[in-house]
Structures are given as C-alpha cells and as structure tokens.
Ligand binder design. Structure first.
Ligand SMILES: [Zn+2]
Length: 494
C-alpha cells in the first residue's frame, strides 16, 4: 500500500490522481501516482524500469484529492473493464474539473456517481461532472438527497457560507436522480456495491458503500483517519452508536476509504474516532459539571464555552484539520457538543463522579501542548493524561487522578524506558498548586549507593496562564534538595 503520509505536502496540494495503470504520467504535472487497492491485491509503487508487465487487475481503486480550499476532500473511483463508478464529487469547480480530466483520461464511461452524505465539499462538484457526463445517474439515499438540497439552498442565500468561494462554487444544483435504500445491492460496471444508511452522524444523513471485491468500505465522513472526527451539527452523540454499528455490519478485513485523508483498516479508524468523540464529550462534561459554569437556563457561560473551545482545540492540534485550523475546527465541534451536554445534564450524575470532576477541574490549568509534551483531558473528564519528556530525554506518562475515598490526588508516573511506576500522593494548596510526593510506601528511587530517594512535585498555576513544574529530591526525612523547575508555556494553536 503506498504511503498517504502527508496530505499537506505539496504533492497533494493539487488534485492528486491515484491511478493504477497510468504510471507514465509520473513525470508530468500530475503529482502522485500509485495504486490504492485492487482486486488482485497491492501492486508495488511505480518503478522507472518495469522488467515485466504485472497482470492488470480487473477492478482498481483511484483517488482524487481536493485542494485545501476544498477541505482536502476525497473523490474515489472504481475502474473496471466496463467503466467507472465515482464516489463523491468534490466541491470547487477547479477541483471537479481536474477530477473530470482524470476520469476522461481512462477512456471509460462513467456509470454512476454516489454521494455518501449531504455536505457541499462532497457534492458541490456534481454540476461539472454532469456537464462532462450528461445522463450519468447520481445515486444517494433519500435523506442524503434531501439534505443536499437544504445545504445547497442555505449556502446560496446572501452571505451564505458558500459565498466565500465565489465563482468557484457552482450555483447550479444537481439533485440525485436515483434513490437507494439501506441494504440495496447494486451491480454497476460489473462491480457489486452494497449501500447502508446510518442516519444522521456527522451530516443530515450518512451512508456508506461497501465493495466486497476490493474489501473496501467508502465511509464518506462517517469515519476519518489522521484527522479530527467531526460530530456534526445534528446530534454530537450519534457517532457513539453509529460507529460501532458500522463496524459490526462490516466484519473481517475491511479498509475504510473516507471522505478526507487516507485509508485505514476500518476497525482502527472506528476505535480512533470513538476515542476522539468520547474525549470531546469528556471535556464538556468536566467543564460543564461546575454549576458556576452554567447559566440560569442550563447553558454554559461564555467563559466556560471559551474554556471548552480551547480544550477541544488542544485535542485537535496535531491532526489534519481540513484546512480550517485546530481552533477553527473546534468552533465547528462546539455547538452540537454543548447542546448534547445540556440536554444530557438533566440525567443524574453519581455523587462520586461529580466529586472527582470537581476535584479535577482546578487542574485544567495544566492542559495543553508544550515543547516537551502534551497534557489532555482523560475519558469521562475523570483524569488528566500527560506524556512528557524530561531534560535528560526520559519520556514519562503521567495520569493525574483523584482518589475519592481518601480525598487525595494521585499522580501515577511511568518511565517509558525502565517501565518503573511511581505513585505520588498529595493535595491542592491554598495558592492552587498541586503538591504530591512518593513518600508513602510504594515506589521510590535508589541512588548509586542503594539509598532510598524520594521525590516531591509541585504544579503551580501562574497569573499569565503559564505554570511551573518543580521537582525536588529527598531521603524521606522532610528535607528536600536539588530543586528543578521549569515554566510550562503552551504552544500557540492555529
Ligand atoms: Zn467532508
């Protein structure tokens, strides 16, 4: 399988045509050429000298990638001796024109276009494609077809969001003319395709298309690999049930080909996406569980929303972001996520869970991305997860948690080289610092002479938003020496 490592690299800036048989174009303007998948398995990347022509697979899979302005969207197409089947249509005219040029270069007829979901970055290019292939059937579920109309109309109103694209967005709307239902099996260009509909997930409606011959599942935006998972505007918790259902419906070795970024085994994509969605809800639960962060009608206060926005952006940082930046992406995530929390918060939270969240919230001053590591909100909003590198190059994983029974904080630290665990115990001080030590029976270091060495750590918030991490050593006699301090400053987020 060829590398899809960096969708941000220049090679992918323009529409990249991934074609199985047109390796000769590698020297031309088309930036990347490689096999994606074929019914006869993976073929090695194009070599400049081919000793013998490999057997030409009967069915091959190809990819066209939109520009960043087109949200890095994918259009996938399947090629068989009988023609082409296109899955999704990109958005901008220029991206769609490049896609059409790639399709035309095959010399094969286009048999159908599937639209997986009702987002303009996946259907806006339909008019360009229809003009190039008059009469080609446009296939979608009824709910996706309806959603497309709504999204298009919303974009077309004065100052609608599509206005930003000017003449690059086509005001001519092309409606699907072949409506399919969940469970339908279609035979097109000699290829079998199975459609399944999962209702609203990250769009009004999300459907997926399975091609058993390629062990492929075209997931639209119902999964994503390497990027942040968008929970959509409708119901930010739907993904928590829809994703496991998609996996259960497609067992075995299946590769997910998503609407953005590269392919990945379906099970791994689902696991990663679920984890992201759970973390998103954990952040909101942690911030929202403070009555001081709620308005009279139960909504989050503006300050609390800002805090959620920052924490969600921290989660998104480092992943591909559809060209909108981590903060921009967090803005998309927020409304539905907060609405889901507000709707949910009538449900009773156990007093212990509430107590733990109340204890963890004051430690949020540490959450962030730093030059030497990351600190993020753990699942359920019940702990903080940290991965940090010390001055000496050791990497540690730390979990900050609260022991409700003993009413004390615990910081578990695992040295990734030695595997040794340290358990620090302590409390918050009047100035907001967390002070913990590993004096209690448990783990401790030994120095070269075999003497016990204990550590004490203090995490102190500062007015300017930075905080100080101080580590000292001792012999267990109350005397602390060798202080080492570092000021932790968050890296800026885009
Ligand atoms: Zn999309």
């Amino acid at each position: 399988m060829p590398s899809f490592s960096s969708p941000k690299s220049t090679a992918w800036r323009r529409v990249a045509v991934v074609a199985a048989t047109t390796v000769a174009a590698a020297a031309g303007a088309v930036p990347v050429l490689a096999d994606v998948a074929s019914a006869q398995g993976a073929v090695p990347p194009a070599a400049s000298v081919a000793p013998a022509a490999p057997p030409v697979p009967r069915v091959t899979l190809h990819r066209a990638v939109a520009t960043e302005r087109g949200f890095d969207a994918n259009a996938w197409w399947i090629q068989s001796p009988d023609g082409l089947i296109l899955i999704d249509a990109l958005m901008l005219r220029s991206d769609a024109r490049a896609l059409v040029a790639a399709l035309k270069s095959t010399g094969k007829p286009l048999r159908a276009v599937f639209i997986t979901h009702a987002h303009a970055d996946h259907f806006g290019g339909l008019s360009t494609i229809r003009a190039a292939y008059p009469g080609v059937p446009i296939v979608a579920t009824r709910a996706t077809a309806q959603g497309m109309r709504e999204v298009h109309d919303q974009g077309m109103v004065p100052n609608g969001w599509l206005r930003a694209f000017g003449s690059e967005y086509d005001s001519a709307f092309v409606a699907p003319d072949r409506i399919v239902s969940s469970g339908d099996t279609l035979r097109l260009a000699g290829v079998t395709l199975i459609v399944r509909d999962y209702g609203p997930v990250e769009s009004h409606n999300n459907s997926v298309i399975q091609v058993p011959e390629l062990k492929a599942l075209f997931t639209g935006d119902a999964t994503v690999h390497g990027a942040s998972f968008y929970v959509g505007p409708i119901d930010a918790k739907r993904a928590l049930t829809a994703l496991p259902q998609i996996l259960a419906d497609h067992p075995g070795e299946v590769t997910a080909y998503a609407g953005h970024y590269g392919p990945r085994p379906l099970d791994r994509s689902v696991a990663d996406n679920l984890d992201q969605v759970r973390r998103l809800h954990a952040i909101t639960a942690l911030v929202g569980s403070d009555p001081g962060n709620r308005t009279a009608n139960g909504d989050l206060t503006l300050a609390a929303k800002r805090q959620v926005l920052l924490l969600v952006a921290l989660e998104a940082a480092g992943r591909a972001d559809y060209g909108v930046g981590a903060v921009g992406f967090a803005r998309y995530q927020l409304p539905a996520t907060i609405a889901a929390f507000v709707a949910d918060s009538a449900r009773r939270t156990s007093p212990m869970t509430k107590a733990v969240r109340d204890a963890m919230r004051p430690l949020l001053f540490m959450a962030g991305h730093y030059d030497n590591g990351d600190i993020t909100v753990g699942l359920g909003g019940l702990y903080l997860d940290a991965t940090v590198e010390s001055k000496s190059g050791h990497r540690y994983q730390l979990m900050f948690s609260y022991d409700h029974a003993q009413q004390r904080y615990r910081v578990v630290s695992r040295d990734q080289i030695s595997g040794l665990l340290d358990v620090f115990v302590g409390a918050r001080e009047a100035d907001g610092s967390l002070l913990v030590s590993n004096l209690e029976p448990g783990t401790h270091y030994l120095d070269a002479s075999g003497a016990k060495v204990f550590n004490r750590m203090r995490f102190s918030p500062k007015e300017d938003g930075t905080w100080v991490w101080r580590v000292e050593s001792g012999r267990g006699d109350g005397v602390w020496t060798d202080p080492f301090e570092q000021t932790m400053r968050r890296r800026a987020l885009r």
